[in-house]
Ligand binder design. Structure first.
Ligand code: 1HE
Length: 258
């Protein structure tokens, strides 16, 4: 798969690692990078069960590459934003779960990319901002849909109107990250979590990334129906039967606190 120079892939058996590798520009996202991310996620080899999204340098991403913000007509602006939407939809609604490792700047389009992942591990250095307000623009990579799901529209409005920056501890309390680790520890934790995800039944991973968000956004009547159907599909799989039998025959791991 041909990737732009701003992206690098590493294959670790069932785990694919995709890295932003433009640290000199704080991993700012130019068009080839965004398109490369979309292409990577839509062409994952069959054996890949989970993707880890990582970044070289001290920052996850400084967002949209402001040096490429050329004069665009209104309709070109719509098309550009929709290009980001398509690419990040491949992350959120692709074939496999995605774990993102966050550090330093996770701002603007960088935050938009991070929130398209399913699990976020934040290093203590991570901070979150939406400087679009300061730049005189608006979010265009899906933030107004995905960020309110995590922290609410009111907090997002504050970030955009006042330039508020949340640090990693605040981000963890608000639910932006799922895990908070020390600086330099994100990759190891991310790989550990990716390893756990990779051994789940594929039907469960599918249900979590494709059915759960739709059910969560549906009204209760449709939600309960979708849940019942999804539960029956998962339960009926051979893999579910094997796993349930393994538990009853005391061959499977119990739930443990740590
Ligand atoms: C960039 C970008 C960028 C850095 N586009 N080149 N995003 C922003 O408004 C954030 C803008 N960036 C920053 O506020 C700061 O760079 C950081 C706080 C992220 C990092 O600061 P620092 O001191 O580590 O680095 P720096 O010296 O500011 O930047 C190093 C280089 O990266 C420098 O280039 P150089 O050629 O002078 O070395 C910077 O110009 C460059 N750089 N960030 C282009 N974003 C779909 S819509 C999404 C809308 C948005 O994402 S808007 C938010 C954009």
């Amino acid at each position: 798969m041909a990737l732009p120079t701003s992206l690098q892939a590493e294959w670790r058996e069932e785990i694919a690692v995709l890295r932003l590798v433009r640290p000199e520009k704080r991993n700012a996202l130019n068009d080839p990078t965004v398109q490369g991310i979309g292409a990577f996620f839509s062409n994952l080899p069959e054996h890949v069960k989970v993707v880890l999204l990582d970044a070289i340098g001290e920052n996850f991403s400084a967002g949209l590459d402001l040096s490429e913000l050329s004069e665009r007509s209104t309709i070109e602006g719509v098309a550009h934003s929709m290009m980001w939407h398509r690419a990040f939809e491949q992350v959120e609604l692709g074939r496999v779960p995605v774990v993102a490792v966050l550090k330093g700047a996770v701002v603007g389009g960088g935050l938009e990319l991070a929130v398209a992942a399913h699990i976020r591990v934040a290093e203590r250095s991570a901070y979150y901002a939406l400087p679009e307000g300061q730049r005189g623009i608006f979010v265009g990579g899906g933030a107004s849909v995905r960020v309110p799901r995590l922290i609410g529209a009111a907090r997002m409005a504050d970030m955009m109107l006042t330039g508020r920056v949340y640090d990693a501890v605040e981000g963890q309390a608000l639910g932006i990250s799922h895990y908070l680790v020390g600086n330099g520890e994100g990759l190891a934790r991310g790989l550990d979590l990716a390893g756990k995800i990779a051994v789940n039944a594929p039907i469960t991973n599918f249900a979590v990334i494709h059915a759960l968000p739709r059910i969560a956004e549906a009204n209760s009547r449709e939600g309960f129906m979708m849940e019942a159907l999804m539960a029956a599909v998962a339960q009926g799989s051979e893999e579910a039967k094997d796993r349930l039998r393994a538990f009853l025959e005391k061959r499977a791991k119990k739930v443990t606190e740590f």
